[in-house]
Design a protein around this ligand. Structure first.
Ligand SMILES: Nc1ncnc2c1ncn2[C@@H]1O[C@H](COP(=O)(O)OP(=O)(O)OP(=O)(O)O)[C@@H](O)[C@H]1O
Length: 523
């Protein structure tokens, strides 16, 4: 379970950080991309020395607003005032040097072959800038790291650090450059609970020192544990503003989606323990071994959703890649509907109606130079072609229909996919794989970066697929997600299957106990 340290006295800190003057004053801000109005007449203040959470559905305009504040793109209209000074040049350098504001982006921008110290002090090297003394650099870095209570070796080459630690280096770098307002865009999307706790501790430390934090997250428990102030965007407009103590997660979600979301019924409540033992397994994995996993056996029957839980280094992702044929295995078999699936490869999997929605959409699937429609239809283009020519009308109708079914928010399907917000790109990836009408659907982190409303819609889609007999294998680091959508959960620890539990009787704690190797139970 994630534990969050209580963050202290915002009123005191506000006084310390300059009375009632806000750190950021946003007035009438707008930004259009052609016909798309990403932001419309947005006005609100971000109090100094506090943590403000910015909430909104996928495509609500959060990233657009953050990018403007970080100087990565200018607004089409309106103004931003930082500590009383209106911004007149929107570029990252000016924003940092003149207005002390910086962003920790989702895709980190460090120099991978340089050390922690070189990255943290890049551009602000002490002493002779051309020939900074290495010893001075190390000393300065150590001072900063100890001030931030980060246990990091300044001599470590950044490439060798995990993503979560690299993120901490980016934060430290911003502070070294004199940043007083730090923007974090979904910083915990890729972190384990323990890694997220480390980041929260650092955020608390920064706040205690008077840094203003503006933060986007789709995770309500996190927001309600951390934020002092909550601002909500919907369809590019600012729709709500509360002190955290004045609102509830339900109220915040209702403001985001524009309606009350009913309590989501979990699968265990909907379909208590359906007996599927008579049917041939749609997917049977026997003694499967490969990179970081060995001797894994389980079966998934038509209509069943089997979860896969485990720490990030448990071999979860490699197992999915091996089943799908994206990575070579070293032994064991995979069978689909009773027939052994030899020579696995992504192309053969598409033909066998085995679909795989990857977790890292940018690196593993998004065709970044192509449109939304082409991204969705890329696997079914042959079925919609005649004599090698794409039947454009039929293709566009089919991809539009699939985009609509998953509520992918896009002006038209001809937009470049990179114009879509992160969560909508994820939905487009799911739409692509549903287009092959799979009999087995393998999913890795299916709702990473997806908002709460869309999450419920994706779950409903998965339940409908299960009703239609699709077997699903769903790996996720989000344990409440696995407890909501699966029938059973396979738990991996250090590459081994340590148990398969019935979801109805499982809890987050029981799964974590298995996943951390505290207890091993028979599969
Ligand atoms: N470069 C661009 N060209 C065209 N449209 C864009 C561009 N960037 C963003 N948009 C559109 O602006 C709207 C707001 O997108 P934005 O990325 O700000 O949403 P978001 O709230 O951050 O969503 P998410 O939670 O999914 O990350 C979306 O409709 C998106 O498609």
């Amino acid at each position: 379970m994630t534990t969050l340290s209580p963050l202290g006295g915002p009123e005191d800190l506000r006084a310390q950080a300059g009375g009632t003057q806000p750190a950021i004053r946003i007035r009438g801000l707008s930004r259009s991309f052609g016909p798309v109005r990403a932001l419309e007449d947005v006005s609100f203040d971000v109090p100094a020395g506090e943590l403000t959470a910015l909430l909104g559905e996928n495509g609500a305009g959060k990233s657009t607003l953050l990018k403007i504040l970080a100087g990565l793109q200018p607004p089409s209209g309106g103004s931003v005032t930082l500590f009383g000074r209106e911004v007149d040049a929107y570029d990252p350098h000016t924003m940092l040097t003149e207005h002390s504001i910086a962003i920790v982006p989702q895709e980190l921008s460090l120099l991978p072959d340089r050390t922690v110290a070189e990255n943290i002090l890049a551009g602000v090297e002490p002493g002779n800038r051309l020939f900074p003394s290495k010893r001075t650099m190390i000393r300065r870095t150590l001072e900063l790291l100890s001030e931030l209570e980060l246990q990091l070796d300044p001599n470590t080459v950044v490439r060798t650090l995990d993503m979560a630690t690299q993120q901490l280096v980016v934060v430290a770098r911003s502070i070294a450059r004199g940043c007083r307002v730090l923007i974090l865009d979904e910083p915990t999307a890729m972190l384990t609970p323990a890694e997220a706790d480390r980041l929260f501790a650092l955020m608390a430390k920064l706040k205690a020192g008077g840094t203003t934090l503006l933060y986007v997250s789709h995770r309500m428990p996190e927001v309600f544990a951390l934020a002092d102030q909550i601002e909500v965007l919907r369809d590019g407009r600012h729709v709500a503003s509360w002190r955290r103590s004045e609102t509830t997660p339900e109220q915040a979600v209702a403001a985001m989606v524009g309606r009350e979301l009913g309590q989501f019924t979990s699968r265990a409540e909907l379909h208590p323990a359906a007996d599927r033992s008579g049917s041939t397994p749609a997917l049977a994995v026997a003694e499967l071994s490969g990179r970081r996993h060995s001797g894994i056996s389980f079966e998934v029957r038509p209509g069943e959703i089997l979860g896969v839980a485990g720490l990030p280094d448990s071999g979860r992702v490699e197992l999915l890649h091996n089943i799908f044929g994206a990575e070579k295995g070293t032994g064991g078999t995979v069978a689909l509907s009773g027939r052994v699936y030899e020579n696995r490869s992504p192309i053969a999997s598409v033909a066998a109606k085995l679909a795989f929605v990857p977790g890292e959409r940018r690196a593993q699937g998004l065709l970044t130079t192509m449109s939304v429609g082409d991204n969705i239809g890329v696997l079914t283009v042959r079925a919609l072609s005649r004599l090698g020519l794409v039947r454009r009308g039929a293709f566009d109708r089919s991809t539009s229909e699939r985009a609509r079914a998953l509520r992918v928010k896009t002006a038209t399907i001809d937009q470049p996919i990179t114009n879509l917000s992160g969560g909508n790109q994820q939905k487009a990836m799911l739409a692509r794989w549903l287009a092959i009408e799979p009999t087995v659907l393998v999913l890795d982190e299916p709702t990473r970066g997806v908002d709460v409303g869309a999450k419920a819609e994706i779950y409903e889609q998965l339940f409908a697929l299960s009703e239609g007999g699709v077997a699903m294998l769903c790996s996720s680091s989000d344990l409440p997600e696995l407890l909501t959508i699966t029938d059973r959960i396979a738990v991996l620890s250090e590459g081994r299957l340590v148990g398969i539990v019935d979801t109805a009787s499982a809890t987050e704690e029981s799964i974590m106990t298995l996943a951390t190797g505290a207890v091993a139970s028979a599969a």
